[in-house]
Design a protein around this ligand. Structure first.
Ligand code: ARG
Length: 385
């Protein structure tokens, strides 16, 4: 793995989902989808077997079992293409280096939980983060695969307080309530950065909870390069963003549990997670400490506090030796990716409103152009839960 910066799909705003009724994807694999995928696989790579032979096998397998099994090479290719197709992700330049952990034989909630923990350990590598996906059992006709209900493998609880506020991450307040209903013992006293348990169900069973061991959660304490008081805010964030609730669909087969991670871009933490009003809402606190004139919006105190927040995030990850991208470099890398795709004769659909960073948009080159329109039917893909 190189030391070049990359990051995985940046994902859409959504409330943290709570378990929903029947899994949607437990039907038979569709032959057309399988064919389309195998054709793509054979056109972009040089497999040992001919396309005709492979198609014959797969048609036969679908006729007799209702589904088929990807070879390891097909699985790896499919997962990487799903990343390459993720229109909201700015970090797609290194799609081809995604590490694929094949755990298709694993479906019991406790074994899934254990492999999620192992995923975190091997992807974190003490800060030298590697983009990794772990793929668990697929849905088969009448036999749905396991599901991970957490939005990410590591998320902080949002504890509702008596005063009607939330302590911690407001995004996860519903999920936190649900975990408590299922028997989660929240830390006493409730903190702002309490790691939530994994909530996993096997097939259509009730979800079960599993704690993520402390040592699998690498965190970075936040300090500022110029302001010593920043450390007194006692903020931190986890090193690895690992999306865990997006089913992966390849050639008509759905893998409902396929957690994947890249690494952070500073603005995700410094301009959104810690700043959004319904999350940690920290700009007023930082503005105050900076002694800014907060009497009117026109003083741009928010903008000034925001930049200091992002600086603190970059600086803290750098001194902790944890991989992190910044929005300037990542934006130009993305344009390199688009150009490379064009040279390979492919389009690179992208969602402008997701690609443009939430800070200093117009200073980055991605702001000044538009991109091909994404097609929601494109596969392989990570689906929205
Ligand atoms: N924005 C999400 C978060 O702040 C993470 C989405 C994926 N990001 C990434 N760099 N791979 O937790």
């Amino acid at each position: 793995m190189t030391s070049v910066v990359e990051s995985l799909p940046t994902l859409p705003e959504q409330r943290c989902p709570v378990p929903h009724g029947q899994p949607k994807h437990a039907k038979s694999s569709d032959i057309d989808a399988a064919e389309e995928f195998l054709e793509q696989f054979h056109s972009e790579t040089v497999p040992a077997e001919t396309l005709d032979r492979r198609l014959q096998q797969v048609r036969h397998e679908i006729d007799t079992t209702g589904t088929y099994t990807h070879t390891l090479e097909e699985l790896e290719f499919g997962a990487r293409i799903a990343w390459r197709n993720a229109a909201k992700c700015i970090g797609r330049l290194y799609w081809n280096s995604l590490r694929v952990r094949d755990f298709r034989h694993v479906s019991s909630p406790s074994a899934v939980a254990a492999q999620c923990v192992e995923h975190l350990r091997t992807a974190t590598r003490a800060g030298k983060i590697r983009s990794t996906i772990t793929i668990f059992a697929p849905d088969r006709p009448g036999r749905p695969g396991p599901r991970i209900h957490n939005e990410q493998l590591i998320r902080y609880a949002g504890h509702r307080t008596a005063g009607g506020e939330v302590r911690g991450d407001g995004r996860n307040a519903d999920f936190t309530d649900h975990a408590v209903e299922l028997g989660w013992q929240r830390p006493e006293p409730a903190g702002r950065f309490d790691v939530l348990p994994l909530m996993i169900s096997g097939g259509d069973q009730q979800p079960e909870l599993f704690d993520v061991p402390r040592d699998a959660v690498h965190e970075v304490p936040l300090v500022h390069p110029d302001y010593a008081w920043f450390a007194e805010l006692r903020l931190r964030w986890h090193a690895v963003p690992a999306i865990s609730n997006m089913p992966l669909e390849i050639g008509g087969v759905t893998y409902p549990a396929a957690p994947f991670n890249g690494w952070y871009m500073g603005t995700e933490i410094g301009a959104r997670n810690l700043v959004d009003a319904d999350r940690y809402n920290l700009l007023p606190v930082v503005g105050e400490r900076l002694g800014l004139d907060m009497s009117s919006e026109r003083t741009l105190w928010r903008d000034r506090a925001l930049v200091e927040m992002v600086r603190a995030v970059h600086h803290s990850f750098d001194i902790a030796g944890v991989t992190m991208a910044d929005h300037h470099s990542e934006s130009s890398r993305f344009l390199t990716h688009v150009a490379k795709e064009e040279r390979a004769g492919r389009r690179c659909p992208a969602d402008w409103s997701w690609i443009v960073p939430p800070v200093s948009g117009g200073l980055t080159p991605v702001y000044h152009r538009d991109f091909d329109e994404p097609d929601p039917e494109t596969r392989p893909a990570f689906l929205y839960p």
